[in-house]
Design a protein around this ligand. Sequence first.
Ligand SMILES: [Zn+2]
Length: 257
Amino acid sequence: MAKKERNIIEVAEKEEGGKKIGVDSKGKLVEVKETPREGAVPRRIAAVCLWLVGIFMEVIGILRLKDVINWLPSMSETTFLIVCLVIDCIVVIIGSLLWKKANHIDPASEKNKTKFWIQNNLGTIISVIAFLPIIILVLTDKDMDKKNKTIVSVIAVILMLIAGVSSYDFNPISQEQLDRAQKEVLASKHYDTNDAGEAIVYWAEHSKKYHVDKDCPALKNSENVYFGTVKAAYEKHLTEPCRRCIHELEEDTAGDK
Ligand SMILES: [Zn+2]
């Protein structure tokens, strides 16, 4: 079989003039469809705002349950609570996705174990805060009948689980892990560099691994090969170095030449 022509596309860290441009293997400029890297801070702010909206929806639900407010009186209490909880769930999940993305752009340091744990699990903690109080209050409410209590509490528990699992980062990364990955690439010595002189890695679409060698056998059959700094790869959740072309960094000899 003839070797497929591959496109080599840069995934740069900065956006220029709205469109991202990369260079393919023939030196031709091509537009990169990848979303450009944006700061972690705006994502964190948006995440916190969405989480607050989620908690606000929970509070609205509690106030209606406790007959403090009577918004949308045409809607039954049960329906009103379910609507609040569904909105709560949706905004908490969107907030958590933004938060997780921010953690991959700007990872926490492992040095402070508590801060590292909280930063990586904040979405899941918020999911509990956004549902558990209302679940307890529904279950202990004296005015609500048993059937509606069961309906609302079961739905709330399911939504809490959906939000909690979606918010959980199954692949958290640390600043140290990123530093180590960058050192590992530099130690492999046969890396390529971008225009800024930074070491770059290559990866295929839908892959978890990155490579230093664009001719690595593992990339041979990919139509599009992307490249960028290790940091850019990490932001795309590519955290696994290819062991065929990147050799494991030995802690003891790191830094020796
Ligand atoms: Zn490789």
